[in-house]
Design a protein around this ligand. Structure first.
Ligand code: ZN
Length: 333
């Protein structure tokens, strides 16, 4: 049977389909790949395929089992996840114990129960240790699926007990197509796809108006006369929305800078007389963009700054250095 309802990921799906056809599914899987690449959807598709009451080439999507699963209400589909997206959020040991107790009973529907443990890197040591034995030998009729972005997030003892399935970042074109299918206008779909880093989840969550407003603000700032003090003030303004108490959302800040990187990329593509990759062309923002060499340099500076922010640099300082660099090396015409 084919797994349905997942965008791209032919290889991961093919692996699971073959294992299912040969009745060689593992009882524990590690789904490795970027956020929003379809790991959760694949777990759902696998569950539906295993429990559909009217299966054909794929799960039917219409029977009570398929529908309850899609609505997140199937009693044999359990999800464990950290309580929120904060880096410090943990999957607590009591929750893992409760899950282990629950799966000691046969699946209610008589099929296969699937336990999805999202962001398994957030299992604390106690939780991971409690989980070990169950991963090695879950009660019959159960499949456990752990999702991580990188296997290094979890203890090697967990990794070694799971069969790995790799998920790749989705192609831009595929994401753009999917966004259009969901009703987005073509140009907006291509822009969001370009900014998504291969994650449909991120593409869907992107606030395009906010991103464009930030880009306009940045370009306006760079075109106006100003010095280090003005740059520092703008850096503070840009960083502020990403600070929550002690914590800084570095990833969010880096994503905000993606559109600036795209601006220089498209300026370079345009200056080189090439077309095809220029998402910003229609935005009107490329008017007065730098010529080829400074555009390349600008792109490089933005990427370097993003790397510094992710590597724990003081964000206001990294951004100020970026703004100074762009003023000197990638000025608009
Ligand atoms: Zn069905």
């Amino acid at each position: 049977m084919r797994l349905s309802g997942v965008l791209g990921q032919r290889r991961a799906l093919g692996q699971l389909e073959t294992e299912m056809a040969n009745r060689r599914l593992a009882h524990a899987y590690l789904f490795v790949g970027p956020m929003g690449s379809g790991r959760g959807s694949t777990a759902l598709a696998l569950f539906q395929a295993l429990n559909c009451q009217d299966p054909g080439q794929t799960a039917c999507g219409q029977c009570p089992s398929c529908r309850r699963a899609a609505a997140g209400q199937h009693e044999d589909l359990a999800v464990l996840a950290p309580p929120n997206d904060q880096a410090s959020a943990q999957i607590k040991v009591e929750e893992v114990r409760e899950m282990i107790r629950a799966i000691s009973f046969a699946p209610f529907g008589g099929g296969t129960r699937l336990v999805l443990i999202r962001q398994a890197g957030q299992l604390n040591i106690a939780s991971a240790n409690v989980l070990l034995k169950t991963l090695e030998e879950p009660p019959p009729g159960n499949i456990l699926v752990l999702t991580v972005q990188d296997p290094g997030e979890v203890l090697p003892t967990l990794v070694s007990r799971c069969r790995r399935v790799n998920f790749l970042p989705l192609e831009e074109g595929l994401i753009a197509q999917e966004l259009e299918r969901r009703g987005l206008e073509a140009k907006a779909a291509r822009l969001k796809a370009a900014l998504s880093g291969g994650s449909l989840g991120l593409a869907l969550a992107l606030d395009q108006d906010r991103l464009f407003a930030t880009l306009e603000r940045l370009l306006g700032h760079l075109r106006a006369p100003g010095g280090a003090l003005e740059d520092w003030a703008l850096a503070e303004e840009l960083v502020a929305p990403f600070r929550g108490g002690e914590r800084l959302d570095r990833q969010g800040l880096v994503e905000t800078l993606d559109l600036l990187a795209l601006y220089y990329r498209d300026a370079a593509v345009g200056a080189a007389g090439r077309s095809g990759a220029a998402f910003l062309e229609a935005s009107g923002l490329l008017g007065g963009a730098p010529s080829l060499a400074p555009a390349c340099r600008g792109f490089d500076l933005v990427r370097a700054c993003q790397g510094q922010v992710l590597a724990n640099a003081a964000p206001e300082l990294a951004l100020t250095v970026l703004l100074q660099g762009l003023r000197q090396e990638a000025p608009a015409a």
